[in-house]
Write a protein that binds this ligand. Sequence first.
Ligand code: F6R
Length: 606
Amino acid sequence: MCGIVGYIGNKKANPILIDGLLALEYRGYDSAGIALIDNGKINVFKEKGRVKNISLNNNMDTATGNVGIAHTRWATHGKPSQENAHPHMDNSKMFAVVHNGIIENYSELREFLKKKGYHFDSETDTEVIPNLIHYYYQDCNNFLEAFNRTLNDLKGSYAILVISPLFEGVYVAKMASPLVIGEGNNENFIASDIPAILSYTKEFYFLNDGEIGYITKQEIKFYNNKLEKIVNEKKVIEWDKNAADKDGFDDYMLKEIYEQPRAIKETLAGRVVLNNSCNFPDLEIDKNYLEKIKRVYIVACGTAMHAGLVGKKAIEQLCNITTIVDVASEFRYNKPIIDDETLCIFISQSGETADTIAALKLAKSNNAKTIAISNVLGSSITREADYVVYTHAGPEIAVASTKAYVSQVATIIGMAIYFAEILDTLDKKEIEKIKTELLDLPSKIDKVLDNTKEIIDIAKNITNETNAFYIGRGNDYNIALEGSLKLKEISYIHSEAYPAGELKHGPIALIENDTYVIGIITNSDICEKTLSNLEEVKTRGAKIVLISNVDIVNEDMIIVNIPQINSILAPIVAIIPLQLLAYYIAKNKGLDVDKPRNLAKSVTVE
Ligand code: F6R
């Protein structure tokens, strides 16, 4: 969704801002713009479409100014257009603002301002912000106070940057939308996402909800909402700049697929150790508490929710605790049964997903202990939850989640083993066996990645299809769900995932001659049953691709063999060929795999 970049220093701001916006393209957007302070006045350049349009249409090389703010917009209020693109200015052109989030009471504020004589040039909710600042500034002649009064009037979510010839630096504020400040040497950077400015600094400050920051080239100051000065802690990000580059791969998605063995190693490092207890030092959870737990909720969206489904199997099978998985956008309306005997786990790669954060707040208000599993240091969810477990997958840039998924699954399985050790629900030998297999996952994934020819060939056959089905039982169904999501989101082929036994209760009516059905079998106990379901669709004309780690000989099916592994861990291996299948089909169709249509990397609206 929308992205923000800001710069102040001695260099020309324009190339740094463009560079930052390009790094944020993966979030998904439909217009972009920049505002610079140049010779005591604000210059705004904005265009519909791609970031490159700003430079193409505006003779940007001549744009000077060492202070600037920039934005990529993902339309919510008002269509994608140049007028609606950010930055927005007040009527007197004294203040320029970029904003992420949604101002829920903007109509009311717009009416108020109209009555005071202000006019509006866009359909956006954002345009009320610079005009309100102007309105209050006329009254008090003090920017910080005018800004704070404006923020007090706003309902909804925001990350806001303001520049003006009236002051040297950049004012920033946030409420439920991400914002980070990167510290440089005689220059400072601001962004909605760390990767936008990772090539300039690794030292970051995180603004909390309700706080204001004032950033000049030499200073970073913070204020609370009473305008008292406060001190925020500086954090050093370990992500390497190359981690946010394509590194010779055609697309981020392919690079991230190949990074999965390393991502899992990082996730498990120091946490899961053979012949020793698991180690999750950030989780202050003891035996007394775990014994008291009646149920666990795992709440997340999309791929992260699919990781939760695999986590449910692990927690139920290893710890014997009832576990319920819910989609975050439904959780609140399902009247979940939560109290101090409920443990709630929230999974979010970005840590900024609005529905997941809202669900977490509900759980906390009902006295449940909350754990956030996230990939992004300092993200909103990590600041809300009681405990945080980072996945350490490194920056994930492609919209379609791959390495984040496997690291989420590895994290939650690692946690399940940790809980099982504390609860003593599993034989020590069993625990060591599963730990050994968990630590062996990277080499098993490497084996799949070393042999992609078969998948590339299958992808050629499926490229022109309009429908596909993914089926499996138990954890294989969870893999089917994630495989199917990967296919639809990047290749735009309609696909459905079904529990294999459920097909005959309706959806089998859709099977026609040559419909592709992708079966998954990673558990020999249920192999025969899934095979029968595949035979049922085969006799109705379907073409079968089977991803399997069980010895199966069947000439009527294209069988992709993957390494054997405990069925609790199998999704981490079995998802790899399905990610590759979706990737190569999308490539064959000439689609932009990293930035699929209509999607955003970080979904900050409910
Ligand atoms: C699909 C995908 C999405 C995300 C979902 C949650 O490939 O990436 O389904 O998993 O939007 O995002 P996070 O994990 O950032 O909360």
